[in-house]
Design a protein around this ligand. Structure first.
Ligand code: ATP
Ligand code: MG
Length: 395
C-alpha cells in the first residue's frame, strides 16, 4: 500500500496507470476480444493470425482493456498449457518509427534472437522463426495506431500480413489488436492495408454519467479513506467528466480526484468538497494529461514549455512559430542545454499527438482550453513540465 494518510488509503489505486481487476461497462468489449482470440488457444499450432481494431474516444478504456485482456489471455493460455505472451506496443512511448517499434517487439517477445543490426523485415522474420521453433505464441496490442500512421507514415501492412512470412504454417502470432481514437486513420491507408484490418472495429462508446460514477466509485473505494469523498461529490465529478468538452474521459476524472485529494491534504481539509473539486478542475484541463507530458522526449517537453510560455506572453489563444523558437532558445539557456534547431519537427509531433493545434505558422495554440481559464491552466502546465523536464528521455 502506498501513500496512506487521512485522505488517501492507497494513491496507486487512483493513478491512471493502475490496471484495476474489474472494468465496469467494458464487459461486452472484453467478450468480443475473447470470442475472437480464445479459440486460437484450442489448437494454437493451427491458429491463423486474427486482426482486431478497438476504437473509442480519449479515456474510454482502450489501453486499460487491452492490458487487462492481455493478462486474461495469458492466464487462460497457462491453464491450457500453452506458452503465450501479450506484447503491448505504443508508438508514443516505445518509438514512432517502424524499426524502433519492431526492435522493442523482438526484444520483448524473443530476446534471444534480437540484434541491433537487423532490419525491420529481418526482425519480423527472426521473430517468427523463433516463435515457430519454440512452440510459443504472442498476441500483440498496437496502441495509438492513428498517431503512428499520421506521424511516422510507415505502413502497418507487414504486421497484418505476418502470415505471409511463412505461407502454409501459422506464424506464432495469434493476433494483433490495433487501438485508435477514431477510424479517421483509415483514410491514410491504402485499400490493401485497409482490407487486412477487418471491417468491424470493436467500439468503445464514451461513458455516460452513470457509467462514470460506477467506475469512479470502484476506484475510490480502494483509493480514498472511507467518508473522504461523498456520493454527491463523486456525482459532480462524473457529471462534469461526461459533459463536453471532456465527454466521458475517465483519465480526466481520475486526475481531478487525485489532485483534489492532494489539495484536501495540503489545506488540512477533512474531506474532498465540491469547492476543492471546482478549484482543481479549473487547472486540470483534459487536453494535456500528465501521461502526455511523461511520454514526451526532452526536446518535446522543451518545445511544449516554449509554446506555453509564448502563449502566456502573447496573452492570446495563439502564438507564432517564430516566438516559440526564440523562447525555446531562452529555455535551453536557462537549463544549460544545447539549443536545437529542429523545433518544427517537435512542434509537428506535438500536433500529431493532439496536444497542440497548428492552424498556421503564426497560429499555434492549445486546443480545447477556454480563454478565460487559459492563464491559470498554462501556469499549472508550466510547473508540471518543468518538474518532468529533469527526468526526460534524451531523444
Ligand atoms: N471501465 C473502466 N473501469 C475502471 N477504470 C477505467 C475504465 N475505463 C477506463 N478506466 C481508467 O481510465 C483511464 C483512461 O483509460 P485508458 O487509458 O484505457 O483510455 P484510452 O481509451 O486508452 O484513452 P486514450 O485514447 O487517451 O489513450 C485509465 O486510468 C483507466 O484505468
Ligand atoms: Mg490509450
Amino acid at each position: 500500500m502506498t501513500g496512506t494518510d487521512h485522505i488517501f488509503k492507497d494513491r496507486e489505486k487512483i493513478s491512471h496507470r493502475f490496471i484495476p481487476p474489474n472494468l465496469p461497462h467494458r464487459e461486452e468489449q472484453i467478450n468480443s476480444l475473447k470470442s475472437l482470440f480464445f479459440k486460437s488457444l484450442e489448437n494454437p499450432s493451427n491458429a491463423h493470425l486474427q486482426v482486431a481494431q478497438i476504437v473509442g474516444e480519449v479515456g474510454s478504456g482502450k489501453t486499460v482493456t487491452s492490458l487487462h485482456f492481455g493478462k486474461m489471455i495469458q492466464l487462460e493460455a497457462e491453464k491450457r498449457g500453452v506458452s503465450l505472451k501479450h506484447i503491448y506496443l505504443n508508438p508514443k512511448v516505445h518509438g514512432s518509427s517502424r524499426i524502433t517499434l519492431y526492435r522493442y517487439l523482438v526484444r520483448n517477445a524473443a530476446p534471444e534472437v534480437f540484434s541491433q543490426s537487423l532490419s525491420a523485415e529481418e526482425l519480423l522474420t527472426e521473430l517468427v522463426s523463433y516463435l515457430q521453433a519454440n512452440d510459443t505464441y504472442i498476441l500483440i496490442t498496437f496502441d495509438e495506431v492513428d498517431y503512428y500512421v499520421k506521424h511516422s507514415k510507415d505502413s502497418i501492412y507487414d504486421l497484418t500480413r505476418l502470415n505471409e512470412i511463412s505461407p502454409g504454417r501459422p506464424v506464432g502470432v495469434i493476433g494483433v489488436i490495433f487501438a485508435a481514437r477514431s477510424t479517421d486513420f483509415h483514410d491514410k491507408l491504402d485499400r490493401a492495408e485497409l482490407s487486412t484490418l477487418g471491417n468491424f472495429p470493436i467500439m468503445f462508446p464514451s461513458y455516460n454519467p452513470e457509467q462514470l460514477h460506477d467506475i469512479l466509485q470502484e476506484r475510490v473505494k480502494d483509493g480514498f479513506q472511507d467518508g473522504v469523498i461523498t456520493s454527491d461529490v463523486l456525482e459532480y465529478i462524473a457529471d462534469m467528466a461526461s459533459a463536453p468538452p471532456v465527454s466521458g474521459d475517465v483519465r480526466y476524472a481520475l486526475s481531478v480526484l487525485f489532485y483534489a485529494g492532494n489539495l484536501a491534504l495540503s489545506t488540512g481539509s477533512e474531506r474532498i468538497t465540491i469547492d476543492i473539486v471546482r478549484n482543481v478542475a479549473n487547472a486540470t484541463h483534459p487536453s494535456i494529461t500528465d501521461e502526455d507530458i511523461l511520454n514526451l522526449s526532452k526536446k518535446g517537453r522543451i518545445s511544449l514549455l516554449a509554446l506555453v510560455r509564448a502563449l502566456r506572453d502573447s496573452r492570446s489563444a495563439y502564438s507564432s512559430l517564430r516566438d516559440v523558437r526564440s523562447i525555446c532558445g531562452i529555455i535551453c539557456e536557462e537549463y544549460g542545454l544545447k539549443p536545437f534547431d529542429d523545433i518544427e519537427e517537435h512542434i509537428q509531433d506535438l500536433a500529431d499527438r493532439d496536444i497542440i493545434d497548428i492552424k498556421s505558422l503564426t497560429k499555434i495554440g492549445i486546443s480545447g482550453v477556454p480563454t478565460d481559464t487559459l492563464a491559470q491552466y498554462l501556469n499549472g502546465l508550466n510547473d508540471k513540465i518543468k518538474k518532468e523536464l529533469k527526468g526526460a528521455k534524451e531523444i
